[in-house]
Design a protein around this ligand. Structure first.
Ligand SMILES: CC(C)(COP(=O)(O)OP(=O)(O)OC[C@H]1O[C@@H](n2cnc3c(N)ncnc32)[C@H](O)[C@@H]1OP(=O)(O)O)[C@@H](O)C(=O)NCCC(=O)NCCS
Length: 184
């Protein structure tokens, strides 16, 4: 299977709203109300021109399956935060997320020249925390009550990957992904 990141374009907007509002994605986001088309349109228009953000469609064998993004890109401080999802649960667990993570990291430390990459994961999502740690991310913070889920506060875990830690983790991750059949 080929996994690629391609920049989001205007035509992706309706699909992104559908993905973001699906229960399978909403459950993992900080806000889980159903987003109305006008709220989405405002978000999308701002997102695609914001120099501190970057959005990619995750493609598996040429089909869009999810979204990856960098935000709070600070080129002076050489840091950014990132997030992603695979929209359709039937597409999860096949390594697409790991391959997308690999490529986001390579973009961050390669083309963008960053030195640190952060992310936040709800503590109710331990599989993803484990996945990030395999790439060299380490826990840096606990964000108490970061989200509200079903009316209850939920903490998030902040993680960070440095370019140096990635240089150490990269060979093993490349081997692992190759072993799963990905061309790297
Ligand atoms: C997180 C996500 C993008 C990972 O993509 P994916 O294609 O499912 O990930 P992979 O197939 O590469 O799996 C990577 C590892 O994570 C594990 N994993 C990922 N999601 C998991 C889950 N929900 N339950 C159990 N394990 C999970 C896999 O078992 C695998 O571990 P392994 O290599 O030890 O087998 C995807 O599961 C997703 O969209 N989840 C919902 C949204 C989300 O949680 N986004 C992250 C918010 S910070």
């Amino acid at each position: 299977m080929a996994v690629a990141l391609r920049p989001v374009v205007a035509d992706d907007s309706p699909r992104l709203l559908a993905w973001r509002n699906s229960p399978d994605v909403r459950a993992f986001m900080y806000t889980d109300h159903v987003i109305a088309p006008d709220e989405h349109a405002r978000w999308f228009a701002a997102a695609v021109i914001d120099p501190t953000r970057r959005y990619w469609i995750i493609e598996a064998d040429g089909q869009g399956v999810g979204l990856a993004n960098l935000y709070d890109i600070d080129t002076a401080d050489r840091r950014a935060t990132w997030a992603y999802y695979i929209a359709d649960p039937s597409q999860r667990g096949r390594g697409v997320g790991a391959m997308a993570e690999f490529q986001v990291i390579e973009q961050a430390f390669g083309a963008l020249g960053l030195a640190r990459l952060a992310c936040e994961v709800l503590e109710t999502n331990p599989a993803v925390i484990k996945l990030h740690k395999r790439f060299g991310f380490v826990e840096t913070t606990r964000l108490v009550g970061r989200a509200t889920k079903d009316g209850q506060p939920v903490d998030a875990i902040g993680l960070e990957l440095t370019a140096d830690a990635w240089a150490e983790a990269e060979p093993a991750m490349t081997e692992r992904l190759r072993g799963m059949g990905f061309p790297l």
